[in-house]
Design a protein around this ligand. Structure first.
Ligand code: NAD
Ligand code: TDX
Length: 350
């Protein structure tokens, strides 16, 4: 019997992780701890909200008193930590928000784990979900491995790198059982439309310009979110304590090529003439400090734990587009109000 806090469970990746754990492990109690920022949305979990092994607790992970009380009330055995400020462009405008949640919030959770697990660390795990962006930027060759030196460039990746270091420091200093995974770019259902793929889908549906930063040649390595959630479930159960695992599907795309593929797939889905959506492509000012290329080497995860992606990019993208077309109300809810105002500040340069 485990009682697991999953932080950030109302967000994009977190909601897929919560669903997997709730559905696959009826013997675990899953406590979704989320502050419900602009990125958190309980609509993502409507289908499982009444499951007997699921509880939602609205809390800010920086609130140490509240986090302590949750550890005490539920006798928490494990933490799967996803809550974060996650958007690079927002980190450029508001870096302190990223320090507060990603760094201080993570340390606040580690402190609770240290306090409440100290009598016997052996039956516990603090699993920290991180990103490939901590490794910095690659040239045209090579991959990020688990031993690549950290070299973050954006306030977002600097805050995630810092949180990774704190998690490992709590292992080395206090003996807290930890595991860290660093994943490539995710895409899929429930992705907030400030991020590239859902932003493109939403804009194509609405015949709005498709903003491509710089020359569009920056490369990202894309993984379907449900495959990331599968990897997290596997690492949680079978990963070596103290270890790091890189997660990725060897699926690199230059942004502009990805935009074109998506335009073509959506021409077909929307019954538009081939080439219609590509006319919406608009090159805009580049992101400051824009990393050139990310590429994950996931060999360790494959060799040691037998994980590999279950869907091709084409299949994942098709499922994603279908989900957005079938869930227009979801997009309307998350893009109304504050998000609409944010979007205007981002793309008024066109
Ligand atoms: P997201 O922005 O969609 O969701 C973040 C969630 O955290 C939201 O539900 C939000 O309400 C919650 N949250 C934010 N601040 C909080 C706070 N102070 N206290 C409690 N809850 C808070 O993010 P995502 O894309 O699902 O990313 C989840 C995790 O995975 C992050 O740690 C991110 O760094 C990591 N990651 C993301 C990607 C990706 O491509 N999206 C890739 C690799 C790693
Ligand atoms: O409008 C856009 N136009 C554009 O060209 C946006 C939003 C992005 N881009 C480019 C920037 C990147 O090269 O597309 C690429 C992907 O951008 P994002 O979707 O913002 O993702 P990225 O910056 O790569 O970071 C993502 O992957 C790693 C997540 O947001 C992070 O949380 C995760 O850690």
């Amino acid at each position: 019997m485990k009682t697991i806090i999953i932080t950030g469970g109302a967000g994009f990746i977190g909601s897929h992780v919560v669903r997997r754990f709730v559905q696959n492990h009826p013997d675990y109690k899953i406590i979704n701890v989320d502050a419900l920022t602009y990125a958190g949305n309980l609509e993502n979990l409507k289908d499982i909200e009444n499951e007997p092994n699921y509880v939602f607790e609205r809390a800010d992970i920086q609130d140490t008193e509240k986090i302590n009380s949750l550890f005490e009330t539920y006798n928490v055995t494990d933490v799967v930590h996803l809550a974060a400020e996650s958007h690079v462009d927002r980190s450029i405008t508001n870096p302190l928000d990223f320090v507060y949640t990603n760094v201080i919030g993570t340390v606040s959770l580690l402190e609770a784990a240290k306090k409440y697990w100290k009598d016997d660390y052996s039956n516990h795990l603090f699993y920290h979900i991180s990103t490939d962006e901590v490794y910095g930027s690659l040239g045209t060759e090579g991959f990020f491995t688990e031993t690549t030196k950290y070299d973050p460039h954006s306030p977002y990746s600097a805050s995630k790198a810092s949180s990774d270091h704190f998690v490992r420091a709590y292992h080395d200093t206090y003996g807290i059982p930890i595991v860290v995974s660093n994943c490539s770019n995710n895409y899929g259902p429930n992705h907030f439309p400030e991020k590239l793929i859902p932003l493109l889908i939403n804009n194509i549906i609405n015949n709005k310009p498709l903003p491509v930063y710089g020359n569009g040649m920056n490369v990202r390595d894309w993984l379907y979110v449900k495959d990331h959630a599968r990897a997290i479930e596997l690492i949680f159960h079978e990963g070596n304590v103290g270890d790091t695992y890189n997660i990725g599907g060897f699926n690199e795309w230059a942004n502009i090529d990805l935009v074109r593929v998506l335009c073509r797939q959506m021409d077909a889905k929307l019954g538009r003439e081939p080439g219609t959506n590509e006319q919406l492509i608009t090159f805009v000012k580049d992101r400051p400090g824009h990393d050139a290329r990310y590429a994950i080497d996931a060999t360790k995860l494959n060799k040691e734990l037998g994980w590999s992606p279950s869907v091709t990019f084409e299949e994942g993208l098709a499922e994603t587009i279908d989900w957005y077309l079938a869930n227009k109300a979801w997009i309307e809810h998350v893009t109304s109000g504050a998000y609409a105002a944010y979007y205007e500040t981002q793309y008024d340069k066109r």
